[in-house]
Design a protein around this ligand. Structure first.
Ligand SMILES: [Zn+2]
Length: 256
């Protein structure tokens, strides 16, 4: 609703600007700059779940005052997830894994192992398509439901938490989530472990942004994340930070 109102106001302003430009009261360059600025704004809010513009996502818990944070992993379960689980066990840390449906289908044992080790699982769509921003409401619903279905068949759980692939959301994502009663979960610290190559830079990004109630985003399908996680857990331990499972940190229910 909020987006519809803003979009209508912007279109009316653009129309008025065009009329003024046609009659020589303003320059077409101003109107063009305005269009570019608005498109950049839309690109920013649709690729950053934290802004809560199109969809209300829970990305951190600002109410937490103790040194507690949560770690979440996207894109598994894959073989590398087993290495991540070993490191988490070594430091007795519980995390959240937002799984891709087709990976659950390929690696059901690993999916079950995540759960038996006491971690949380959530929905990261069935196919993890890059076209998320362009999908219809019914296709988004199908992507989420197909992932929920395979998770239930594999481990008998009904997932309630959803993390949008690439952090891309649109008004259609909001409608889809309302339709199937799923909760969007974001992050407050994006590590860029799937993009950046330097482990040091990735770790420093996380350390700099660390604060009570934060949710860190990592990727368990990334080989170098194993070492990054070990370094991170060591840093957290040395700085008296406690790693709390995301549902506990965010005070929400992960399953229905
Ligand atoms: Zn992803």
């Amino acid at each position: 609703m909020r987006f519809k109102i803003i979009n209508t106001v912007i279109i009316l302003l653009l129309f008025a600007g065009l009329v003024l430009a046609i009659f020589g009261f303003t320059s077409f360059w101003y109107v063009l700059s305005f269009i570019v600025f608005y498109l950049l704004f839309l690109l920013t809010v649709s690729t950053n779940v934290r802004f809560n513009f199109f969809v209300n996502s829970i990305s951190e818990n600002p109410g937490i005052k103790e040194k507690q944070i949560a770690i979440s992993f996207d894109d598994g379960p894959v073989e590398n997830t087993l290495e991540i689980l070993k490191v988490l066990e070594k430091y007795n840390a519980k995390a959240g894994f937002f799984c891709i449906g087709k990976n659950i289908k390929k690696n059901p044992e690993i999916f079950r192992k995540i759960l038996t080790k006491g971690h949380l699982v959530g929905n990261h769509t069935y196919s993890h398509t890059r076209k998320m921003g362009a999908l219809s409401v019914s296709t988004i619903v199908k992507e989420i439901e197909d992932c929920n279905k395979i998770a239930e068949e594999t481990a008998g759980i009904k997932m309630k938490l959803f993390r949008p692939p690439f952090g891309i959301v649109s008004p259609k994502t909001k409608k889809a989530l309302q339709k199937i009663d799923m909760l969007s979960i974001g992050w407050s610290i994006r590590s860029f472990d799937a993009v950046l190559s330097s482990e040091e830079i990735i770790l420093n990004r996380i350390k700099k942004r660390l604060k009570p109630g934060a949710v860190i985003l990592l990727h368990d399908n990334n080989a170098k994340t194993v070492n990054i996680l070990e370094q991170l857990l060591l840093f957290l331990k040395n700085n008296q930070y406690e790693v709390v499972r995301p549902d506990k940190l965010l005070e929400i229910n992960a399953y229905s």
